[in-house]
Design a binder for this molecule. Structure first.
Ligand SMILES: *Cc1c(COP(=O)(O)O)cnc(C)c1O
Length: 453
């Protein structure tokens, strides 16, 4: 086979459709509600923030949604992403389990986030949008959207959680290199930001606050829309290229996973790897153990309440039913900034309620230990968020060893940690500690949940 033919075959392996789990669920998730009327939101309510094509995807019940050719042409730069068998890690753990990981760190921004950023930028461009506002935690989403904005010629304004803005100057530089404007949040540019700063001048920020700022700015101008890097149905949909590729790649490898593991911040990379497999199961296929791993310092799935809540702290968004710690909850400033969100994707929350997935919470030091062990064995240095998935997969492999079982484990290595080296420096210096949230603050945030009849 000549090189050209092989290249075309690789391109053929990029999915042509996104997979929509809604088509296969036994029951739909509860509707998203208007915060004023408490009635289900309609497309018109969302139109100031998103182009109609994305709103249509948000509520679609179709199983397959075609990926536009210009989006596939961008995906081609790094997709299909590699699937590796972690043979050296298996050996280090002395486990009979076979461990595979899908590596999303090969994208230009270093994580899974461009899978949706490129799609969202494309649809906004098509709708004539000139500027997109967004929030970012650790900077992964902001850099993905900055990259996508550069490709499609859209201005990008990013509200970056202050603690990460200070911890991760290189992420900021990356966003600025791609032409985006990056502002520390809470900022003085918005009413929501000023309100928070009036309460606490040195506020470390949170994703909930940064979302309020970005939404507020987008609602003010006709040529400006808002983009979210996780949580929403259409974001999870775009990420399903991960799981679809993994399905095909594992088939090529002649293996079939028994256990799926992913880390959850807003739920998008987890959904991306899990939903295509779960869809198979719901259509009568094999039942697999599916585990979501979250940080113990911001444990929405394991400690949150399944209730209607705002997506942001300033209460500008619609109400979604999800596992939430309360929209005013500010998690401690631990290093996995991408996992510091008070809520969870409504779709991921729904399948948790249906008993289709499990959830576990881990503290950060144990996750870094796992990440360092993984890096020593496999060479790739994971993002602090991805360390949670690594830890989850390692625990599954060790459990298998104790139980004398040999399951096939697949986890999503959602990003590399090359911009998170301060976290690794702190870890190596023994300065990284396990941070706990305040039970008092959690109780207060939960007491403030909106009342929905
Ligand atoms: C943003 C991010 C996360 C958390 O977001 P999800 O929507 O839960 O995937 C996790 N890992 C990395 C590398 C990220 O950039």
């Amino acid at each position: 086979m000549d090189e050209t033919v092989k290249y075309l075959l690789a391109e053929e392996r990029i999915p042509k459709y996104w997979y929509n789990l809604m088509a296969d669920l036994p029951s739909p998730p509860p509707p998203v509600l208007h915060p004023g009327t408490k009635q289900p939101v309609g497309p018109a309510d969302l139109a100031p923030l998103f182009p109609m094509s994305l709103i249509a995807q948000e509520v679609s019940m179709e199983r397959e949604i075609e990926i536009p050719v210009p989006v596939r042409e961008v995906y081609r730069q790094w997709r299909p992403t590699p699937l590796f068998r972690a043979r050296r890690l298996e050996k280090a753990l002395d486990t009979p389990a076979r461990i595979y990981y899908k590596y999303e760190g090969v994208s230009p921004a270093g994580s899974h986030k461009p899978n949706t950023a490129v799609a969202q930028a494309f649809y906004n461009k098509e709708a004539g949008v000139k500027r997109i506002t967004t929030e970012t935690g650790a900077g992964q989403w902001g850099s993905a959207l900055a990259f996508a904005g550069a490709l499609f010629g859209i201005e990008i304004d990013i509200y970056m959680v202050r603690v990460s803005y200070n911890q991760k100057p290189y992420r900021r530089a990356l966003m600025e290199t791609w032409g985006a404007r990056c502002v520390a949040s809470p900022s003085n540019e918005t009413q929501s930001g000023r309100a928070v700063l009036a309460q606490r001048a040195d506020h470390p920020g949170s994703l909930g606050i940064a979302i309020s700022e970005a939404v507020e700015m987008a609602a003010q101008r006709d040529d400006t829309k808002y983009a979210l890097g996780s949580v929403l149905n259409h974001v999870l949909l775009h990420q399903t290229v991960i799981g679809q590729e993994a399905l095909a790649q594992l088939e090529m490898a002649g293996d079939d996973p028994d256990v799926l593991v992913g880390c959850t911040g807003g739920g998008s990379n987890f959904a991306g790897i899990v939903f295509p497999f779960l869809g198979q199961q719901l259509r009568g296929g094999k039942k697999r153990k599916i585990v979501a791993i979250e940080p113990a310092a911001c444990p929405s799935l394991t400690r949150g309440k399944y209730a209607y809540d705002f997506g942001d702290t300033g209460h500008l968004t619609p109400l979604a039913k999800m596992h939430t710690l309360g929209s005013t909850f500010t998690p401690p400033g631990f290093h996995a900034g991408g996992l510091r969100y008070h809520g969870m994707a409504p779709l991921v929350s729904h399948i948790k309620e249906l008993g289709l997935i499990e959830a576990k919470a881990y503290h950060q030091v144990a996750c870094f230990e796992a990440g360092v062990q993984f890096a020593k064995a496999e060479g790739i240095l994971p993002a602090p968020e991805a360390n949670h998935a690594v830890k989850g997969a390692i625990d599954e492999a060790l459990e298998a060893k104790r139980d004398g079982k040999a399951p096939v484990i697949l986890f999503n290595l959602c990003g590399h940690g090359h911009f998170d080296m301060q976290a690794y420096i702190d870890y190596q210096a023994g300065k990284l500690t396990d941070q706990s949230y305040s039970e008092n603050e959690l109780a207060m945030a939960l007491a403030g949940l909106p009342v929905v009849a």
